[in-house]
Design a protein around this ligand. Structure first.
Ligand SMILES: [Zn+2]
Length: 55
């Protein structure tokens, strides 16, 4: 499952993007940025890539 980070609360969720209607944490329609790691750096595929995360 890919990881997504909410643009508003910066919380990370692991889910299938198609199912996402709103952020369970903010309870509103937020923008989600995928932060899944597909390279072999930083833990390898299937993990969260810290470089893609918004701080
Ligand atoms: Zn949120």
């Amino acid at each position: 499952m890919p990881f997504f980070q909410c643009d508003s609360c910066l919380k990370i969720f692991e889910w299938d993007r198609v199912k996402v209607k709103k952020c369970p944490n903010c309870n509103k329609k937020c923008t989600f940025n995928e932060v899944t790691n597909y390279t072999t750096d930083n833990g390898g595929p299937g993990n969260i890539d810290p470089r893609l995360m918004k701080k």
